[in-house]
Write a protein that binds this ligand. Structure first.
Ligand code: PMP
Length: 368
């Protein structure tokens, strides 16, 4: 027997667990990780190269620890698009919104504390909770995958979590959470402890509705997290950010590693933000492809959850994993998130979506 993880003195709560891992398989059509299918436009690639070349000349020095220029540009983007004025003092940035979530849990969770999410939802909330020693509470969601306010309020009152996660639009189900629901959960969370409420808006640019940024007004325990991985088409950049009361920005600095955002990352993100309009130009196209996927999947005879994101949850399958495999055999990689009976497909280019629709049409014929 070879030496393995179980032979190491790893923390008890990590024993027998698997790392987060959507398969990265080399197949013709990859619609499994909610990426934007369009590569960055060439003029932006050039601008990134220029900015990175400049940054390279100073790589003997540590980068701007507070990433002030980058946070200023992100604040401008949020103010322009979010329906709420956000300043540099309200914004914090990190390596992907996963790191934002980790920093929030290191600050407001940790040993002896708990966090709640309404599942199925983004599985990394629970995994990062575990990694930071925060207890995890799986909150309820209805049969139709919406959050039932009464049941959620009850769970918050019962468990008195220190951190409440609300993902809108939700991953993997796709549906958005109404502002009134978030307000009710915020009130319940304040009455119970008070605790921090983190609204994960990773997919908000694809939503039919508006961002919940205006709810930040007068609510210092509310945080909105965002990413450049989805709508901006820059998953490889690893840039996530949050908007909140300036006190929250001060608080996360207690746990961030010094110089966590490399000069190369900051230079690349700044170049990307100079081209926001070009980057976001595919959002409308992806939204209409998302709506086409919903319409065609329904026409083929599948059940589909309402989607405000760049992906669609479809079902129902007796054995979702077996169906996932059959779709893969046809050269299309979708996602099995472990939601019994359901799979998730990311909106790709029109050709990729056609390939996916052909595959599931074929499957439906086989089954009938
Ligand atoms: N939040 C949600 C809801 C997500 O689906 C994802 C990525 N799948 C993230 C956060 C993390 O994204 P990133 O770290 O790339 O910003």
């Amino acid at each position: 027997m070879s030496f393995g993880i179980d032979d190491l003195p790893v923390r008890d709560e990590l024993r027998g667990k698997s790392p987060y891992g959507a398969p990265q398989l080399d197949v013709p059509v990859r619609l499994n990780t909610n990426e934007n299918p369009y590569p960055l436009p060439e003029p932006l690639v050039e601008r990134i190269a220029e900015r990175v070349r400049e940054a390279a000349r100073n790589l003997n020095r540590y980068p701007d620890r507070d990433a002030v220029e980058l946070r200023t540009r992100l604040a401008e983007y949020l103010t322009k698009t979010g329906g709420h004025r956000v300043g540099v003092e309200n914004v914090w940035a990190a390596n992907g919104s996963n790191e934002i979530i980790q920093q929030l849990l290191q600050t407001f969770g940790g040993p002896g504390r708990t966090a709640i999410g309404f599942e199925p939802s983004y599985s990394m909330h629970a995994l990062i909770a575990r990694g930071t020693g925060t207890g995890w509470i799986s909150g309820p969601r209805g049969e139709d995958f919406t959050i039932d306010v009464g049941a959620a309020e009850q769970a918050i009152a019962e468990h008195r979590p220190d951190v409440v996660f609300v993902t809108t639009p939700n991953n993997p189900t796709g549906n958005a959470v109404p502002a009134q629901t978030v307000l009710a959960l915020y009130e319940a969370a304040q009455a119970a402890r008070p605790s921090m409420v983190v609204v994960d808006e990773a997919y908000i640019e694809f939503s039919h509705g508006d961002s919940l940024l205006p709810l930040l007004e007068g609510r210092p325990n509310l945080v909105v997290s965002r990413t450049m991985s989805k709508a901006f088409g820059a998953a490889g950049l690893r840039l996530g950010y949050l908007a909140a009361h300036p006190a929250v920005v001060d608080a996360v600095q207690l746990v961030r590693l010094p110089y966590h955002l490399s000069a190369v990352t900051q230079a690349t993100a700044l170049a990307a933000l100079e081209h926001t309009d070009t980057l976001l130009k595919y959002v409308e196209q992806l939204k209409s492809e998302r709506d086409r996927l919903v319409a065609e999947l329904t026409a083929i005879g599948y059940d589909v959850t309402t989607s405000d994101a760049n992906f669609v949850q479809f079902g129902r399958f007796e054995d979702a994993h077996a169906t996932w495999r059959k779709i893969l055999d046809r050269g299309v990689l979708v996602r099995d998130n472990g939601v019994p009976g359901w799979l998730r497909v990311t909106a790709g280019t029109p050709d990729e979506n056609d390939a996916f629709l052909d595959a599931v049409r074929e499957l439906k014929k086989e089954q009938s």
